[in-house]
Write a protein that binds this ligand. Structure first.
Ligand SMILES: CCCC(=O)OP(=O)(O)O
Length: 307
């Protein structure tokens, strides 16, 4: 099967699958509700909306989104709306939970809550998927939003989470580039030591389903010319599908530069939870939120097939 290379392909595939029900936390936002309207039109998802009912109704009227009365739960407090959206998933009323106009930390607190959240058995991590003008494949950046400064052991699980996402996008053996500031191992630079360990763990079969190599600087991970110029020989060099960043600062800056400088299309999910979790920046467009919902549809289908 050919790997999916664009968000149009993700959307087309989602349209051919069973629709999911998405519980949206703090849905009182125009970009969120435009994504809801688009997803309903494409019949890829139904929705339960948690947020300020009056604001939701006013925006829905403006954009021509029809709401039935039991679709909206009035909860103007974004942190509480997050808890209620997560609870709806736990009670089986929804298959997916989505961050709306709420701070990432408040939303994640509800998802990560030990008793009332949606933790799976391992580490949860965030992935941002980009369709970058001029790059010949989707590129997945992890983790720009959740793990602040992951240890080597956490990085192993972050890689495993993203490899599973790639498999749900029909990419059987993703090329994972572990990023640092340089492409050689430097004992004073922990990301380069972790990269070398991850590459060796992959060679020894401790990380499966992908080719993992590093350290790479960003240029030689995504540009064949840059890699050749620097004499770096690796199947991953210049052809990365996944960029594993050393920490949240590097990841979040890369995310926002992909969006604001490179004008990339984007989708974002939290991986490793009991259900797919849609998580984009509050400032991302309705198109980004729709792409993320479509990714969640593919992930839900993949999880069902693997269960
Ligand atoms: C996935 C990006 C997380 C983030 O930065 O969210 P906000 O922009 O809403 O803070």
């Amino acid at each position: 099967m050919e790997a999916i290379r664009t968000f149009s392909e993700i959307l087309a595939k989602a349209e051919a699958l069973e629709p999911v029900t998405v519980a949206v936390a703090a849905a009182d936002d125009r970009e969120v509700l435009e994504a809801v309207a688009d997803a309903k039109k494409r019949q890829i998802a139904d929705f339960r909306l948690f947020g300020d009912r009056n604001k939701i109704r006013a925006i829905a009227d403006e954009i021509g989104l029809s709401l039935n009365p039991d679709m909206v739960t009035d909860q103007p407090n974004p942190a509480l709306a997050s808890r209620e959206a997560v609870q709806a998933v736990r009670e089986g009323q929804a298959d997916v939970v989505m961050k709306g106009m709420v701070q990432t930390a408040d939303f994640l607190r509800a998802v990560l809550n030990k008793e009332a959240g949606l933790r799976g058995s391992g580490v949860l991590s965030h992935v941002a998927t980009f369709e970058v003008p001029g790059y010949d494949r989707l590129i997945h950046v992890t983790d720009p939003a959740l793990n602040i400064a992951p240890s080597l052991q956490e990085k192993v699980q972050i890689v495993q989470n993203v490899v599973r996402l790639c498999h749900s996008l029909d990419l059987a053996e993703p090329k994972v580039a572990v990023l640092g500031a340089v492409e050689v191992v430097n004992p004073n630079m922990q990301p380069t030591l972790d990269a070398a360990a991850l590459a060796q763990m992959n060679r020894r079969g401790q990380i499966k389903g992908a080719v993992v190599d590093g350290p790479f600087a960003l240029d030689n991970a995504v540009s064949v010319e840059a890699a050749e110029h620097k004499g770096i020989k690796s199947p991953v060099a210049g052809r990365a599908d996944v960029l594993l960043v050393p920490d949240i600062e590097a990841g979040n800056m890369l995310y926002k530069s992909m969006v604001y400088f490179a004008r990339s299309k984007i989708g974002g999910l939290v991986l490793g939870a009991k259900v797919p979790v849609v998580l984009t920046s509050r400032a991302d467009t309705h198109e980004a939120k729709l792409n993320s919902i479509a990714m969640a549809v593919l992930q839900a289908d993949f999880n069902k097939r693997q269960a």
